[in-house]
Design a protein around this ligand. Sequence first.
Ligand code: AR6
Length: 179
Amino acid sequence: MRFEIVRGDITRFPAEAIVNAANRYLEHGGGVAYAIAKAAAGDVREYIRISKEAMREQLGKSSIEHGEVVVTPAIRLEQYGIKYVIHTVGPYCGGVWDEDKKEKLKKAILGALRKAEELGIRSIAFPAVSAGIYGCPLEEVVKTFKEVVGEFGKEEGSVERVYLVLYSKEDYERALKVT
Ligand code: AR6
């Protein structure tokens, strides 16, 4: 399994699944969630409706915990080779980072990776979950990604490539410096 840090817009990144940094209710109100919803369905409210319905069907409830994920169709994003959107929820940090946040982020990343295996796909792209509106330090988020993907990559499965897609040049350059 290869892990790559790249710069780009995840709404047009050619991976079989892209991950959304969602909130517990899949209300895609801002950040990458809004961008994905808008790009996938054209209408954000429609994609929120689709997401909530998928959540009820797949989990039988109307909110998700860290580690739980919901899958929705890529709709208009299929033109880029994207088949699924996997919604995961990272921790809210508000600038504070500790072991508890790290554990929650690990669960969020792992949940999406496991779902990708279940779907039998080869490539998955993540945004920097929790590093935007949720205010977790980007360097810690990148470090956590590296650890989780490194651990997960030891198991044999369908996923061959995992991408961490950074939107801004500044974030991309900061992410590359994380060892
Ligand atoms: N492609 C790749 N990355 C992006 C894109 C894009 N098109 N747009 C933004 N990012 P955020 P969170 C980056 O705030 O911190 C939403 O309202 C962005 O620069 O989207 O987990 C949800 O509904 C940042 O580095 O997610 C939740 O309520 C990263 O994506 C809440 O925000 C994540 O930023 C979740 O907050």
